[in-house]
Design a protein around this ligand. Structure first.
Ligand code: TYM
Length: 334
C-alpha cells in the first residue's frame, strides 16, 4: 500500500483565531484529514517575533488547541503539536538560515508589512522567520501546505530553499505545494476592506473572532463598510467591501458567487449584511460551544500535546539526522 501524502501547516498563537484564518486555512485542514497524514503546529516560536505577554501566550496556546479540535481536527487522525516541543524545528531552521539568501528574505512582503507596522522591534527573528517556516514544512517532507493567500510567498521560498539544498546534497527534501482555496483565501477586514482581516487588529471592529458572541458577530456585519451603490455584485476592485461579504457568505453556505448574486438581486445591503452575519453565527455556533467545553479539560489537552510532540518528533528527527549527515556534521559518539 502506498503511504498517505503529508500535510503540514501552522498557526501563530499570537492572537485569537479569526474568521479569516478559519475560512482561509483551518476549514481545509479539517476537510483533508482523511486523505493525508496531517501535522498541524501551533507555532509559538514564530509568535515571539513580536513581543508577547508570557501569560497570554500560554493561555492562547491552549485556546488555539481547543479551538482547532472543535473545528473538526480529530487529535487521533491529526498530529497536533506545539512547535517548541519539537526542538528539530529550531535546529533545522539554523541550517536553513545558511542556505537562504539575504535578498530573498528582504523581498518577503510579510516582513515588509510587519516591520513597517512595528518599527521599534524589527528583530532578526522577524527577518529570518521564513527559514523557520521552511524548517517546519521540510522536516515532515510535506507534499501540501494548506494556507491562505498571504502565506503563498513563504511556501514558494520554502520550495526554493529545498531545491537549492537538494541541488547540493541530493534528494533530501520533498518540494511542497501550497494549497490555497479558490474562494476565501483572503478575507478582508470588515471596516477597511482593502486590508486583510488580521488578529493583530481586533480593535477597529473589522475582525471577527471564532469565539465572538452571536450578537457581536451580527453587529460587526451590520456595521461592515460597503459602498455608495446598493446592488450585491461581486467586483473586488470597485466594491471590495461587498465582494468580501459575498465571499464569506459563499464559503459559509457552500453557494457559488453567482448564486449569491442571484439570491440578493433587487435587494439592498440592509437585507444582505445581517444574513451574512447569521450565516457566520451558525457556522461558528457548534465550534464555539465545543471549544468552550474543551478549554476546561486541561488533562485531555495536555495528553493531545504530549502524543502530538512524540509523533512529530519521530518524523522530524529522521529528517534532521539526514540533513546533519549530508552537510558533514559528526554524529555525537555514544
Ligand atoms: P497565521 O497565524 O497568520 O495564519 C494562520 C493561517 O490562516 C490564514 N489566514 C487567512 N486566510 C484568509 N484570510 C485571512 N484574512 C487570513 N488570515 C490568516 C493564513 O494564511 C494561515 O494559513 N507564517 C504562518 C504560520 C506558519 C506556517 C508554517 C504556515 C508557521 N509555519 C508552516 C504553514 C506552514 C502565519 O503567520 O499564519
Amino acid at each position: 500500500m502506498q503511504s498517505k501524502k503529508v500535510i503540514l501547516s501552522g498557526i501563530q498563537p499570537s492572537g485569537a483565531l479569526t474568521l479569516g484564518s478559519y475560512l482561509g486555512a483551518i476549514r481545509n485542514w479539517a476537510a483533508l484529514a482523511d486523505e493525508y497524514n496531517c501535522y498541524y503546529a501551533i507555532v509559538d516560536m514564530h509568535a515571539i517575533t513580536a513581543r508577547q505577554d508570557p501569560a497570554t501566550l500560554r493561555k492562547m496556546q491552549y485556546e488555539h488547541l481547543a479551538q482547532l479540535i472543535a473545528c473538526g481536527l480529530d487529535s487521533k487522525e491529526n498530529t497536533l503539536f506545539i512547535q517548541s516541543h519539537v526542538p528539530a524545528h529550531a535546529q533545522l531552521a539554523w541550517v536553513l538560515n545558511c542556505y537562504t539568501m539575504f535578498g530573498e528574505l528582504s523581498r518577503m512582503t510579510q516582513f515588509k508589512d510587519k516591520s513597517a507596522k512595528n518599527d521599534e522591534n524589527i528583530n532578526a527573528g522577524l527577518f529570518t522567520y521564513p527559514a523557520l517556516q521552511a524548517a517546519d514544512i521540510l522536516l515532515y517532507q510535506a507534499d501540501l501546505v494548506p494556507v491562505g493567500a498571504d502565506q503563498k510567498q513563504h511556501v514558494e521560498l520554502t520550495r526554493d530553499i529545498a531545491f537549492r539544498f537538494n541541488g547540493i546534497y541530493g534528494d533530501v527534501f520533498k518540494l511542497p505545494e501550497p494549497y490555497i482555496p479558490k474562494v476565501g483565501a483572503r478575507i478582508m477586514d470588515l471596516q477597511t476592506p482593502t486590508k486583510k482581516m488580521s488578529k493583530s487588529e481586533v480593535a477597529d471592529g473589522g475582525c471577527v473572532l471564532l469565539m465572538d458572541s452571536p450578537d457581536d458577530i451580527v453587529r460587526a456585519f451590520k456595521r461592515a463598510v460597503t459602498d455608495s451603490e446598493t446592488n450585491v455584485r461581486f467586483d473586488p476592485v470597485s466594491k471590495p467591501g461587498v465582494s468580501n461579504l459575498i465571499q464569506i457568505y459563499s464559503v459559509c453556505t457552500g453557494k457559488t458567487i453567482a448564486d449569491v448574486e442571484k439570491e440578493f438581486e433587487g435587494k439592498g445591503y440592509g437585507d444582505f449584511k445581517p444574513v451574512v452575519g447569521d450565516a457566520v453565527v451558525e457556522l461558528f455556533r457548534p465550534i464555539r460551544e465545543e471549544a468552550q467545553k474543551l478549554i476546561s479539560e486541561r488533562a485531555y489537552l495536555d495528553n493531545v500535546l504530549r502524543s502530538g510532540a512524540e509523533k512529530a518528533s519521530l518524523t522530524a528527527i529522521t529528517t534532521l539526522r539526514k540533513v546533519y549527515r549530508k552537510i558533514g556534521f559528526l554524529e555525537r559518539p555514544q
